[in-house]
Ligand binder design. Sequence first.
Ligand code: G1P
Ligand code: ZN
Length: 553
Amino acid sequence: MSSKDLTSDNNLLRVCLDKPFSDQKPGTSGLRKSTKYFQQSNYLESFLEAILQTLPGIEGGILVVGGDGRFGNKHGIDVIIRMAAAHGVNKIITTVDGILSTPAASHLIRTEKAVGGIILSASHNPGGSEGDFGVKINGPNGGPAVESLTDAIYAKTTKLDHYLIFNHDPISLDSSGTHAISNTIIEVIDGIDAYVELMQKIFDLDKIRDFLNNDFHIAFDAMHAVTGPYAIRLFEGLLNTPSGTVRNGVPLEDFGGCHPDPNLTYAKDLASLLLEGKDFAFGAACDGDGDRNMILGRNCFVNPSDSLALLTANATCVPAYSNGLVGVARSMPTSSAVDVVAKDLGIDCFETPTGWKFFGNLLDSGQITLCGEESFGTGSNHVREKDGLWSVLFWLQILAEKKCSVQDLMRQHWAKFGRHYYSRHDYESIETDKAQDLYMRVESLLPSLIGSSFASHNVSLADNFTYRDPVDGSITNRQGLRIILDDGSRVVLRLSGTGTQGATLRVYLERYVSSNGNLTQDPQEALAELIQTIDSFAEITKRTGMKRPTVIT
Ligand code: G1P
Ligand code: ZN
């Protein structure tokens, strides 16, 4: 423990900006740019100043700060501490080595009654000096900042002429302890403890341990990112799985040169291990900042949309949800698999735009318990972010209760509810203008599609999705182009809000087969006609020159 107190305001600097930055508009999850871009003089400071001037309650409040360990994390935390102190924050809570997963940060913000949090992460994007960096802002409910707040922050950045910062040596993040800069207390805590305690409250870990220790072998890939230390504590510690269960468990600044996105392309090693059906019955991976998850069984990949449906159908296996769910929600492009389960359970199912922040009001007002997105995100009302390790434990709890394989569980689910064949095709790094033109052309053609034939069916609805928040009535429009067919099949087109190189076009494909249909087809085959039809209708190959998507999920 050490304590430094600088009371002399000679150390409080007011740094003038030559001119404001015009490109600090936060996307789906905060401000995300290449690391090099963030290294421009005063770039990070400008965005932080705008946050500190905008977030209500900053002066005299508590702020949670941490990150996923990528290159720039510790430097960023140092800058935030010195700037937050300059803005009169009462207490900054940060973590040893600056390691704090997004769900763990959400939990801390809630339990510490903070005014918000700043999480340094570009989520699943690569890190390092050649990779990406990002600043995510969370509000006092622990969730991603709502649009009105990020809009206000952006507006501020475009007019900023200075920022405030204390001149002070970096606070050591090597161990826990309490420090001070002027009147601001800086508490460095272990970033793992509180989260692990929360998991112990939600799940029956003893039951999971007995099941796993009975010859059910699992592998977890932390992808050299933030979940490593959490997973080692949970799996190799509390659940007593063999050492080595957690692969790539040490967070590295460049994630070992890998892309910390848990999907079949970027977590290929783990996927091969499971899909070749060798030594493991269950595999899982999480992304850079620990909010995404991928679930695999022996010879079996669990589509994230199915995962949400399955967690919903089996929620009462988990002690924290043993009394059932109040409602569920999914993002618009996520398949309707969960809708069918919700109907069966007699609970509400909401459809929100892409991005976790849209679940916030529904969770805060107690209208939903679980929610999820097709992009490998599932979560519940225990925090206000999606939560990778929570999802993995949820799956293990169900398996421990049902004592069956992942594949059996999936097949039983489809046999009861039918199967929503689903796939997402991502076309990455398209020239921005080309992507915009393609998107706007399709948007303009939508009205003429209604009633016409598309992939052997009639189009019953074609629009750009508009969301009315059931809690505050706010309207969010232009959230993705939907083509819905009369058999319930869908194609959705969106442009990503998280990429940093050119544009990414996402094409979401879905087709429902009832429980007496063919439930064991390869999804790409089951969706082949939709894939072909949207390619020729939207002129994807023709306009991008890409014969196939960069990533198929
Ligand atoms: C992507 C996902 C979205 C998720 C977001 C943050 O956003 O599609 O579901 O909430 O990352 O993890 P996109 O790049 O599509 O805007
Ligand atoms: Zn993430």
